[in-house]
Design a protein around this ligand. Structure first.
Ligand code: GDP
Ligand code: ZN
Length: 373
């Protein structure tokens, strides 16, 4: 049975449970929902939000509901795709009265002056980073996506797509090994949506929760989504990239139940990940560097030329690739820049630091010139 075609109006809690299980409902959500159930409100998962309204999948089918009660000023607390909502059982319009506390959240930092983010997807368990086997491997980019994934609270999974373009198993395993060096604690799978290889394994991984697909345009996300869904729900390139903003047609659902279990979220904003704040996620991507850094003699070691630097020692011993350290620094700088853009106080501090460094540099230059003279 396709769980999306749920039109029956069963209302006993057991059947509600099984109808919603396909959308990720579990005993913990049910516990959290108990006070709302006591008020007679219906549980449902938000599949789409737009202009004051949203679509919520409930045991009674999909309901169009008003979001006036769950649209506060703080953009982080606005209802979003993936939330578990408490919907009024009747009325015109029917209102979403509340939503359950989020387990995880994908947040994009806004370009506004206030340091508030924009919430893109809630309650995501797996962040699938799609990487094409058909393009040159860009480990730095993969690390960037992984940082964003960890930051959300979701478990990242790297999927090397278009595996049919690398038919030689030895070459394929080298690709996987390369990616693994950039992805500690992250499973790396290979799939070919075209030929079906690896889809079962991926479907099994995603069967345990809610997933999002991340990755560069052209990485094969839409094709993969269609293969997983078994239908052409996602428009491969044509429609989506008309305005270059990765938008789907307006009728598309942003959250779909997968036939093999699990749920896939594909909101338009999630694809344009250019301005995310990776925050503490960066540390998790470079876990081995952070571990080494704890053994540096100085607590604030910059791993440049300080004595007793464990990071430089590992570099010199060939245990840590130079590329990893450079990528780590780059992501940290980039992240600091993004945070600074939205945080005036931090921005001022960074400016002061630049000035101080600039002045110190200038003084050093002048001292040098003085010596030369
Ligand atoms: P997206 O931008 O990440 O959603 O990528 P698309 O799904 O639109 O795919 C980009 C291109 O890669 C399209 O031309 C697809 O036909 C192609 N592609 C996707 N999956 C595969 C695959 O498994 N094998 C091959 N050879 N090509 C694929
Ligand atoms: Zn150090």
């Amino acid at each position: 049975m396709n769980p999306q075609n749920h039109h029956s109006s069963t209302s006993t809690s057991t059947s509600a449970f099984s109808a919603l299980a396909a959308y990720g409902w579990d005993a913990d959500w049910a516990d959290a929902f108990a006070p709302y159930a006591a008020e007679g409100l219906l549980p449902g998962r938000v599949v789409r939000v737009d202009r004051g309204q949203c679509d919520v999948v409930t045991a009674d089918g999909t309901i169009r509901a008003d979001t006036a009660f769950v649209t506060p000023h703080d953009p982080m607390r606005v209802l979003c795709t993936g939330d578990w909502a408490a919907v009024e059982p009747a009325g015109n319009p029917r209102y979403v009265r509340a939503y359950l506390p989020r387990r995880t959240a994908f947040v994009r930092s806004t370009s506004s002056k206030r340091s508030e983010g924009q919430i893109l997807a809630a309650n995501v368990d797996h962040a699938v980073v799609a990487v094409s086997c058909g393009a040159d491997l860009d480990l730095g980019r993969i690390e960037r996506f992984l940082a964003l994934a960890w930051e959300s609270g979701a478990q990242p999974v790297v999927v090397l797509t278009k595996a049919d373009l690398v038919p030689d198993p030895v070459t394929r395993s080298y690709l996987v090994q390369d990616v693994e060096t950039a992805a500690p604690g992250v499973p790396v799978l290979t799939v070919s949506a075209e030929q079906g290889d690896g889809l079962d394994t991926l479907a099994a991984v995603l069967g345990g929760g809610t997933s999002v697909l991340l990755g560069q345009s052209g990485a094969g996300k839409s094709t993969l989504a269609n293969a997983l869904l078994g239908t052409d729900v996602m428009d491969v390139q044509a429609v989506r990239d008309v305005d270059g903003k990765g938008r789907h047609t307006t009728t598309t659902r942003n959250l779909l139940a997968l036939p093999g279990g699990g749920v896939l979220i594909d909101t338009p904003g999630l694809r344009g990940v250019g301005l995310w704040d990776a925050g503490s996620g960066v540390g998790q991507v470079f876990a081995e560097i952070e571990e080494l850094a704890e053994r540096c003699r100085f607590h604030d070691c910059a791993h440049e030329s300080e004595p007793g630097c464990a990071v430089r020692a590992a570099l010199e011993a060939g245990e840590l690739p130079e590329r990893r350290l450079e990528s780590y620094r780059k992501l940290q700088r980039e992240n600091q820049y993004i945070v600074a853009k939205t945080d005036a106080r931090l921005r001022a501090e960074i400016r002061k630091e630049w000035k101080r460094k600039g002045a110190a540099g200038k003084a050093a230059m002048e001292a040098k010139r003085g010596r030369l003279r």
